[in-house]
Design a protein around this ligand. Structure first.
Ligand code: PGA
Length: 257
């Protein structure tokens, strides 16, 4: 039996009210079939409130795709404070997704500040880390992961990782259809857990490390079966109920084995 797995759906900038309603209707109906899997969806922020309302009474949780690094309200046009997301019903917040880092230029320091801000508001951060293709090819995968993780440990302390989640998402695998092999995922996850273990063995042992990057119904089981892979952060495949549910079912099956 594998410990409980987590499956999170990052909808990115997709969906309409109508799309969300039909997708959620299926998730709510079928979601009860995965009692040992923590399932969450991350809609665009404008839909969080209506999604949270539709999920009342369901075990499926809601998260935000991003938040502002500020700790208090103020003059920050266009930004969303963690406390606002919490008030709308969010449990989780992604921080440092590769699109935030590489399309919007977020630095390790800003990502770390967002991680701290999420916890300050009572949100559970999901820290996304991962190397770009050129970095992997140059043999720098572990250096990049260390840098991204240590930025958070420097700002928040290793204790801030208690209860948080990490998502290892190699940038070259996101939205490309090119998944990391189970061995590549396992090696990166073991490295991440090892870095934390060197500072706090208890936190390292309990922290949930998700894999993300072209996870689909037909590759989820072999990825999730790896010793240090505790579930997945799903992009494209989370927009289709049947695919997302099949991924949740793969997680439940591994738990039941
Ligand atoms: P993908 O996205 O599953 O579409 O590759 C994953 C992510 O960006 O979290």
């Amino acid at each position: 039996m594998k410990r409980s797995l987590t499956v999170m759906g990052n909808w990115k900038m997709n969906g309409t009210r109508g799309d969300n309603e039909s997708l959620l209707r299926e998730l709510v109906f079928e979601g009860k079939k995965f009692p040992s899997v923590e399932v969450a969806v991350f809609p665009p922020s404008v839909f969080i409130e209506s999604v949270a309302q539709q999920l009342v009474g369901s075990p499926v949780r809601v998260g935000a795709q991003d938040l502002c690094e500020q700790l208090k309200p103020g003059a920050f046009t266009g930004e969303v404070l963690g406390a606002m997301l919490k008030e709308l019903g969010c449990r989780y917040a992604l921080v440092g997704h590769s699109e935030r880092r590489h399309v919007y230029g977020e630095t390790d320091e800003r990502v770390a500040a967002k991680f701290v801000a999420a916890q300050h508001s009572g949100l559970t951060p999901v820290l996304c880390v991962g190397e770009q293709l050129a970095e992997r090819e140059a043999g720098q995968t572990e250096t990049v992961l260390d840098r991204q993780l240590l930025a958070v440990i420097d700002q928040g302390g290793v204790a801030s990782l208690r209860g948080a989640l990490i998502a290892y998402e190699p940038v070259w695998a996101i939205g490309t259809g090119k998944t990391a092999s189970p061995e590549q995922a396992q090696a990166a996850h073991a490295h991440i857990r090892g870095l934390i273990a060197a500072r706090d063995a208890k936190i390292a042992n309990s922290i949930c490390i998700l894999y993300g990057g072209s996870v689909k119904a037909d590759n989820a089981a072999e990825l999730f079966a790896q010793a240090d892979v505790d579930g997945g952060l799903i992009g494209g495949a989370s927009l289709k109920a049947s695919e997302f549910l099949a991924i949740c079912a793969a997680a439940q099956a591994l738990h039941d084995e």
